[in-house]
Design a protein around this ligand. Structure first.
Ligand SMILES: [Fe+2]
Length: 362
């Protein structure tokens, strides 16, 4: 087990790996253990006025000290990431809490207005800085699953759609479908939804009904377009015809459903659940890539190009045991950024340097 180190509030830095979850007053984890802190999370912790946090001590048992020569090399090679979704932890929490309300009041007459309001806020946060990518660390911040998942799937779907070339109006519709794709779960008993163990076949069938329930809930409101309804109804269809509820074949699955499926699968993989721990963004991406028979390959490609696994300035550990700083991301190969090794200042372009072909970011 890695050793933990207490760091005082003023010394907290971007790239440190959190050794214990940061919790709110209700004891809910606001930032998960194991996350590499980004600028928003550092600001959040500092604003909360916590005395400090626990981080994992780096492998060589020293604090991260970067030699002056390395710092210069980092500055020379550093290329900022393309515009990412900027959503503060606070705002993400608020959106999730409001989604909670929506799920509890699916029969309310204000349902459509409320959900469109929530989506409007998410949408303006996304377009404020003209975001074209999403940072996986934003996804990993955890809370009650369904509401976090709704916000994430909306955001990831919109970034995929953007990369795929959809116009703004369609992105708008796609985001609403992503936000509400699992609203049918409001009609599924909690004991089944949050069951820690393996589901029985009957329980699984009950859960599968959520696609149809979601469709029904939205259709009754008369406020959602047919492409939104279809995206919600068919987000669990698979390209090989093995999905549900209609066992559609690849040519029958709408673009929205295909996009939401990829976002849904990835978010579920990187998120900790009662029955499984989280896996890393790299592992989740490799799993999505291996699902070419179930998911649409063209959408997987757009997804790869819209997610940032290791934002520039993140400190990462390489499979060689060295620590390095990310200085540039390659849009087409997000698992293989350009990095600068902290002690020697060696530059490894994991995508293009042939001699680095065996090195991976852990
Ligand atoms: Fe679902």
């Amino acid at each position: 087990m890695e050793e933990k180190l207490f760091v005082r509030r003023d010394d907290i830095q971007i790239g440190m790996q959190l050794g214990e979850s940061v919790k709110d007053i209700r004891g809910r984890a606001m930032i998960e253990n194991g996350v590499y802190l980004d600028a928003y999370q550092v600001r959040y912790i500092k604003e909360k006025k916590l005395p400090g946090i626990y981080i994992y001590r780096v492998r060589d048992d020293k604090d991260i000290k970067i030699p002056e020569k390395t710092k210069q090399i980092i500055r020379q090679h550093r290329k900022p990431d393309r515009a990412k979704i900027q959503l503060s932890v606070e705002m993400k929490k608020q959106l999730e809490e409001r989604m909670n309300h929506i799920f509890d009041h699916t029969e309310d007459k204000d349902f459509a207005t409320n959900s469109l309001d929530i989506f409007g806020e998410l949408e303006s946060a996304i377009f404020k800085n003209d975001a074209v990518a999403i940072d996986v660390n934003l996804i990993k911040i955890s809370d009650e699953y369904t509401f976090k998942h709704s916000v994430d799937v909306a955001a990831i779907s919109m970034m995929i759609g953007r990369e795929y070339g959809l116009p703004k109006e369609e992105l708008h519709q796609l985001g609403i479908a992503g936000l509400l794709h699992d609203v049918g779960k409001a009609r599924i008993p909690n004991e089944i939804l949050n069951k820690p163990g393996k589901l029985t076949d009957d329980e699984f069938r009950v859960i599968q009904d959520h696609s149809l329930y979601g469709y029904e809930i939205l259709k009754e409101k008369n406020s959602f377009s047919p492409i939104i309804l279809d995206g919600v109804l068919h987000h669990h269809e698979k390209m090989n015809g093995m999905g549900y509820p209609d066992n559609l074949g690849s040519s029958q699955i709408s673009l929205f459903s295909r996009i939401i499926s990829v976002a849904d699968v990835f978010d579920a993989l990187v998120t900790k659940r009662p029955y499984k721990g989280p896996i890393t963004g790299r592992e989740a991406m490799e799993m999505v890539l291996a699902m070419g028979s179930e998911l649409d390959n063209a959408i997987i490609q757009s997804f790869i190009e819209s997610v940032i696994l290791y934002p520039v300035d993140t400190i990462v550990e390489l499979s060689t045991g060295q620590m390095a700083k990310v200085v540039e991301n390659n849009k087409r190969y997000p698992t293989r950024p350009k990095v600068v090794e902290l002690q020697t200042g060696m530059v490894y372009d994991l995508c293009h340097d042939m001699e680095c072909n065996k090195i991976i970011v852990l």
